[in-house]
Write a new protein. Structure first.
Length: 550
């Protein structure tokens, strides 16, 4: 059965025309010609969304989302709560229940809307995952050519050896022109993102046109499905050394996950979404979706260079004042301009990176890194974790929000996100923690907690731990230098700290040494410990089998 017949059988789409599996340049021009919607809060709904720069299709496509969708709309993210899936899903405020009857009626109205307008839809067949052991055939069907270009850029193509492609295929239907009616449709607003585990459908409707919604929807699906296969989906980066020593780096935004995995001595496997099977780790994706705000081009030369490459996609970077985009070289764009959003983004293929592991895969990891950026200045620069401590700190997912980053934050605040990506974890955190512990044991892998935050005091008093020292600590762990060193226990946080590390001053390894006021350090350590304990109790981790280690 061809794709059009499959779409008619799955959805009832009858009066639509299709642009199927267009190449990047065709999608580039189609996006400029046909993608229409709102780009200003007070603007119309038929504005041009996509533009070329001075480089034409030899350079990036510039795309502007709806002003209300410059990031993921968490309050509008749901799963259809069919009874057979209800108990296995981790329901939370950013992954809510949607009544199945209301969802099915909404989907029917969306299809009726498309049939009535004789919609032209862009279809792209790719895969979620690069390893045929778990890769899901993924079909994007949507009104925007730029979304199809994004999907082509971000997901693997032509993965060989995937079993039962038609039987396992997921289909994402993305319809920005349909606006939900909360009273009629049961949505929270004029848009909704709903995952249907029963029929392997994802529906995005309404002006929810942020490119990242397509990416994170498939990540959520993989996070639900892989544990049933015995595989571990992870929100992390990964790389591999010349000797085949793979490493994975978990971390929330701002902790150094992308920066530290980009190592000139190691090949990149992926920078955001990784799967761990019985025999390998591999990238879910075929591209990178990087933040552009305040990008330092000297520090991030790969991203800077890729901004001028053919058919990459720049999202929500404003045009220069008084200069048309058609006359603008992409390197001229002001990456400090946050007038549209702080969340300016850039999608580019993995091939833009100079050092990528073959097939975006590597052997099972020997080193697991949990990254945190402690703005309280309390955590050691590096700690050696036992299996129980790994599970505890993995489900805690701790980092810090800094003063000034959000309205009302005047001092560092603790931020906890289970598994370093709670919004996308469709199952309870203990499912992923138990898989991580089992796979660590099978791989005989070490684990460290690496603090890229502050030393000598909290943010505003102390200073950020030197990236030179952080890299030295990471490299020492990767080489195994920390496996048998003399250690000491942190008296408050119960963490194991090495007493020495090559190329790192001994005195900074115990963070208390770096504070002038030792009593103030002890008080700060107790305060942070109590934050961990409160999060542990609030999330009921004890009832999920996670041992309290603090």
């Amino acid at each position: 059965m061809d794709y059009a017949s499959q779409l008619e059988e799955l959805f009832g789409l009858k009066n639509c025309s299709y642009e199927y599996n267009l190449d990047k340049k065709a999608l580039f021009h189609a996006a400029i010609d046909s993608d229409r919607g709102r780009v200003k809060a007070d603007g119309g709904w038929d504005e041009q969304k996509c533009f070329a720069t001075k480089l034409g299709d030899e350079g990036p496509l510039i795309y502007y989302t709806d002003p209300g969708s410059t990031g993921r709309r968490t309050k509008d993210t749901f799963a259809a709560s069919y009874p057979e899936f209800d108990d296995s899903i981790w329901w939370k405020k950013d992954f809510q229940k949607y009544d199945p009857t209301a969802y099915e009626a909404l989907l029917a109205r969306v299809v009726e809307h498309l049939n009535a307008k004789n919609a032209k839809l862009f279809v792209k067949d790719v895969y979620a995952g690069s390893d045929p052991a778990y890769a899901l055939p993924f079909r994007f069907v949507g009104e925007y050519a730029c979304h199809a270009l994004f999907v082509h850029t971000m997901f693997p193509k032509d993965v060989k050896g995937v079993a039962d492609e038609d039987g396992r295929r997921w289909t994402l239907l993305n319809v920005p022109s349909f606006k939900c009616d909360p009273e009629r449709d049961g949505s929270n607003s004029d848009n909704a993102l709903i995952i249907d585990m029963k029929h392997r459908i994802a529906l995005i409707c309404g002006p929810n046109d942020y490119c990242g919604s397509n990416k994170k929807t498939l990540f959520t699906v993989l996070n639900y499905m892989l544990p049933d296969m015995g595989f571990l989906p992870m929100h992390c980066s990964a790389n591999v050394g010349v000797d085949g020593d793979s490493a994975i780096l978990f971390g929330l935004s701002g902790t150094g996950k992308t920066t530290l995995s980009a190592d000139p001595e190691r090949n990149l496997i992926g920078d955001d979404e990784i799967g761990w099977t019985d025999s390998a780790i591999s990238n879910f994706e075929d591209g990178c979706y990087a933040k552009l705000i305040d990008l330092n081009k000297e520090a991030e030369p790969v991203i800077a260079k890729a901004m001028s490459m053919s058919c990459t996609l720049i999202e929500n970077v404003p045009p220069l004042k008084g200069k048309a985009l058609a006359d603008t070289d992409p390197q001229e764009l002001d990456l400090t301009d946050s007038s549209l959003t702080e969340n300016t983004r850039f999608a580019y293929g993995l091939e833009c990176n100079p050092m990528v592991a073959a097939g975006s895969r590597g052997p099972v990891p020997k080193t697991i890194v949990l990254l945190t950026a402690d703005a309280f200045g309390v955590l050691p620069p590096v700690s050696l974790l036992t299996p129980d401590e790994v599970m505890y700190h993995f489900v805690s997912g701790f980092t810090s929000k800094l003063a000034g980053t959000e309205v009302g934050i005047t001092e560092p605040q603790a931020a906890f996100s289970a598994c370093f990506g709670a919004p996308f974890m469709a199952r309870h955190s203990s499912v992923y923690a138990e898989l991580l512990a089992a796979k660590m044991k099978d791989a005989d892998a070490r684990c460290i907690l690496l603090n890229t935050g502050w030393s000598g005091g909290a943010y505003g008093t102390g200073s950020r731990i030197s990236i030179k020292h952080t890299r030295a600590l990471l490299n020492a762990a990767l080489r195994g230098d920390l496996d048998h060193v003399e250690t000491e226990k942190h008296p408050v946080l119960n963490l194991t700290m090495p007493r020495s590390c090559p190329s790192v001053p001994d005195e900074i390894l115990n963070p208390k040494n770096t504070w002038n006021d030792k009593d103030a350090y002890d008080a700060a350590a107790i305060k942070l410990r109590d934050m961990f304990r409160k999060n542990y109790e609030d999330k009921n981790f004890g009832n999920l089998g996670i041992k309290a280690v603090l």
